[in-house]
Design a protein around this ligand. Structure first.
Ligand code: SF4
Length: 326
């Protein structure tokens, strides 16, 4: 791959599901690219389409009734219409994922060491002794205490934080270029959350892989990532450098997410929630999808869907973007 070339390119990604009440378009025309070594956050409320986007990037949506459209390229390889056989090679080797709930992600009937190196057996055909040695090495690398002993533990014998470290070791086993971390700390205690994010930061710096961090927590994403993408009702509504998005959001939805956050070093009398709910994606509102909840909405917002506007520091999808001080 030429230096500086995007590692991941996503163009017009749309995902829809057949439901009893009609076709549900969970992701609608999402485009972005991601460069090696970057940490990019994808943020939005539950139901905004973040996790479905991640599943599409892992080739996990090959099921009856699911339609995936658009272009995906990883390391220059076109993944549109890639078959499951090829995806099995790519998963783990080039792109790996850490899930929200480590208890659900691990097989309760396999010792953790075997799970960590399952990918090495599949992709590299390593023998038993070599796999055990690599498992201890990987578990040490992710900071699992007494890795030489715990390599033989069952998942239920470990704490939630330890299980997430095992999942991270599994994801890193084959040296992926892209790690997708989908709400990796949501199921953990606050102190353990900080440790897991520090671990991911260290591993990202050591390996140079790109990380796509998916979270409902804009504070975490803005603090941890170089760049932030904000998703609402299946669409990207804002993108930009984290420092800019956190201090000078352009989209009213991003501003609403920020207003609902306690920010470090800032005293707020009251946190303000965004009124209303994420729309039913079988029948999204006409015009701008955020208009029923937006304090700035006018007639044009209700009638005409805003197109993506590219700017010097990112971009947004809004007819009436915020400027500094508004
Ligand atoms: Fe609000 Fe209008 Fe912008 Fe939509 S287009 S976010 S309704 S101001």
């Amino acid at each position: 791959m030429p230096p500086g070339a995007p590692l991941l390119e996503v163009e017009g990604l749309s995902v829809s599901f057949a439901t009893a009440g009609g076709r549900l378009r969970a992701v609608d025309g999402v485009s972005f690219s991601l460069t090696q070594g970057r940490r990019v956050g994808l943020v939005g409320e539950s139901g905004s389409g973040k996790s479905v986007t991640a599943q599409a990037l892992m080739g996990l949506l090959d099921a009856p009734g699911v339609q995936v459209e658009g272009e995906l390229r990883l390391g220059g390889e076109r993944l549109t219409a890639t078959d499951e056989r090829r995806w099995r090679t790519l998963r783990g080797n080039k792109v790996a994922m850490v899930f929200q709930d480590p208890a659900a992600a691990l097989n309760p009937r396999m010792r953790v060491g075997e799970q960590v190196t399952e990918g090495l057996l599949v992709h590299q055909g390593l023998g038993r002794a070599e796999r055990r040695r690599r498992a201890v090495e990987l578990l040490t690398r992710v900071g699992l205490p007494d890795a030489g002993v715990r390599v033989d533990a069952w998942p239920h014998e470990l704490s939630g934080g330890m299980r997430q470290r095992v999942c991270i070791a599994m994801a890193l086993a084959c040296g992926p270029q892209l790690l997708i971390a989908d709400e990796p700390t949501t199921a953990l205690d606050v102190t353990v959350q900080a440790q897991v994010m520090a671990l991911l930061a260290r591993l990202q710096a050591e390996t140079g892989m790109a990380v796509l961090l998916i979270s409902h927590d804009l504070g975490l994403v803005a603090e941890w990532c170089d760049e932030v993408m904000v998703m609402y009702a299946g669409q990207l509504v804002e993108r930009g450098p984290a420092a800019r998005v956190l201090t000078r959001p352009r989209h009213p939805y991003t501003a609403g997410l920020l207003a609902s956050l306690p920010l470090p070093g800032e005293r707020r009398e009251r946190l303000v929630e965004i009124p209303g709910m994420v729309p039913d994606m079988r029948a999204p509102p006409s015009g701008c999808r955020f208009n029923p909840r937006c304090p700035r909405a006018d007639e044009r917002c209700r009638a005409e869907a805003p197109a993506w506007s590219e700017e010097a520091e990112g971009g947004h999808r809004c007819h009436l973007p915020l400027s500094e001080g508004t």
